[in-house]
Design a binder for this molecule. Structure first.
Ligand code: ZN
Length: 245
């Protein structure tokens, strides 16, 4: 991951705040979705330690990063569940979309510039154009964060974790995303390049709520400081730091 020169985050600020919508809920199956992106394993030794020639920002590379992030997340969470004697069911699908309303969650059309976990259909959906733009602006590490965050919402759903306030749900997902990445690095399932940690930090600063957002508001995710603190708490201290039990 990483190593690519980073450009200004300014253009990303607004988009990412919206993107952190993370709609959870709904009751019906999504409709009109595209086929899921190709799964890892077709060739690459799924999520094995790998280095990548950074400097290209192709859609193909983006898709590979998404696929890698997915396969590493699946194996990570399967191992965590196994360790506590439970079987893990991977999130059913990861769906890229391009147009508003192309994918729905529980009857609610998903807007552009967003990435969500939909518990109704047990899938993650993301606006592929928006995500590729973020990938190009922030760097590839951010793809792993974003996927890790949405994946964490799927794990929360499996564990029956439902906080009263959105912000608690979101900060815990940031912590879990940090744990998944930190533990995967320690297990050598993932290798960070110079600058990747800085990419996480910059990306998290970009997704913080505006200062005037009340913490108890529906949709609140936490300030940049809170999100960064949660992510790195998980990254450094693993799931024990995420209040999962
Ligand atoms: Zn979220």
């Amino acid at each position: 991951m990483g190593g690519r020169p980073r450009s200004s985050l300014a253009g990303l600020l607004v988009a990412l705040v919206v993107a952190a919508g993370c709609a959870v809920g709904g009751v019906s199956e999504p409709e009109g979705q595209q086929p899921a992106p190709p799964r890892p394993g077709g060739g690459s030794s799924a999520g094995a330690e790998r280095t990548r020639a950074d400097g290209t920002t192709s859609v193909a590379e983006f898709r590979q990063d998404v696929a890698d992030a997915q396969s590493i997340a699946e194996r990570y969470w399967a191992a965590q569940f196994r360790a506590s004697g439970q079987r893990f069911r991977p999130i059913r699908r990861i769906i890229p979309y391009q147009r508003a309303g192309e994918v729905s969650c529980g009857g609610q059309p998903l807007p552009r510039n967003n990435a969500v976990y939909c518990s109704a259909g047990d899938f993650i959906a993301y606006d592929v154009n928006w995500s590729v733009a973020a990938f190009r602006q922030v760097g590839d590490a951010f793809v792993f964060y974003l996927l890790g965050h949405e994946y964490a919402h799927g794990v929360q759903a499996r564990l029956g974790i439902r906080y009263s306030y959105t912000i608690q749900q979101e900060l815990q997902a940031d912590c879990m995303a940090g744990a998944y990445l930190g533990d995967s690095v320690r297990a050598k399932a993932l290798r960070l390049a110079d600058g990747d940690l800085e990419e996480f930090r910059e990306g998290l600063l970009a997704v913080g709520d505006a200062p005037d957002q009340p913490w108890f508001a529906e949709g609140a995710h936490g300030t940049a400081e809170q999100r960064t603190e949660s992510f790195f708490r998980g990254y450094e201290r693993s799931l024990a730091a995420c209040d999962l039990s």
